[in-house]
Ligand binder design. Structure first.
Ligand SMILES: [Zn+2]
Length: 262
């Protein structure tokens, strides 16, 4: 255990004295540790681990990898090859930030996604706030995608959002009014996106699956764009065949009645 601490001292070119000064741990603790008299207590191990940016598990020799809270990868700071690869990830990341405008770190993306998903659940949210929250949520998801794709994601943020707007999970997060605002700002991109199809199918796929030809796809599109009809359109996705048949039958009856009234 002291061995790992010693390697970390050498790796970062610091002395035990300096670590003691920064963490408030008495020098005798390190001496006793080195001489095998006693090991530091857990809270002291935590202070030392934090000093080097590693975990207590790593310092104790239970694992040889450290989790980077920024890029989300595991690496061994005492393995030069591992460290080189880790540095390369961060270099790519810096370039991606310049190219794509931003890329939040792993922990921040995670926190933002949780926070904005929660905020969007408020049904009384004003449109501008809802729009802002969804955009922030999209930024966090976009950052994840950049990291997952080795910072080589092909699309910029605006294109990403326009592709996400096709997804039911995204559409279901906001009201129709907010969705319309987003659609006006970003447009909806129908193109197949190979990097996001694994997360959820796009409409291109859905077209071939749900519609027999372009004409029915067009009608479905019109239904989708009609606010009232879209409710039915969306609801039918999760409905049982009996429910759909019942709804269609009811609508047909209403339609007949309407015709008689004419
Ligand atoms: Zn990292």
């Amino acid at each position: 255990m002291y061995d790992i601490f010693d390697q970390l001292l050498q790796r970062y070119n610091v002395t035990a004295y300096k670590v003691g000064k920064e963490t408030g741990i008495a020098s005798s603790t390190f001496t006793d540790w080195k001489n095998g008299k006693s090991s530091p207590k857990n809270e002291k191990l935590k202070l030392i681990a934090d000093f080097f940016g590693v975990s207590v598990d790593y310092l104790s020799g239970n694992t040889n990898k450290v989790f980077c809270r920024d890029c989300g990868s595991w690496f061994n700071p005492l393995d030069s090859e591992d460290e080189k690869n880790h540095l390369r990830i961060h270099e790519k990341w810096e370039k991606a930030v310049v190219k794509f405008g931003f890329c939040w770190n792993y922990i921040r993306s995670d926190e933002m996604q949780l926070m904005y998903r929660k905020r969007l659940k408020d049904k009384n949210l004003p449109s501008d706030k809802a729009m802002h929250y969804l955009e922030e949520l999209m930024k966090a998801e976009y950052s994840d995608l950049l990291r997952e794709n080795d910072f080589n994601y092909y699309y910029d943020f605006n294109t990403f959002v326009s592709k996400q707007l096709w997804k039911h999970s995204v559409r279901d997060l906001v009201s129709q009014e907010v969705f319309k605002l987003l659609e006006d700002k970003y447009g909806i991109n129908y193109d197949n996106d190979p990097t996001t199809t694994s997360i959820e199918s796009t409409v291109e796929e859905e077209k071939t699956r749900y519609y027999i030809n372009d004409e029915t796809a067009k009608i479905a599109q019109e239904v989708f764009e009609n606010g009232d009809l879209r409710l039915l359109f969306d609801a039918s996705r999760n409905a049982s065949p009996e429910d759909i048949r019942f709804a269609v039958e009811m609508l047909t009856r209403m339609k007949k009645k309407e015709n008689f009234d004419d």
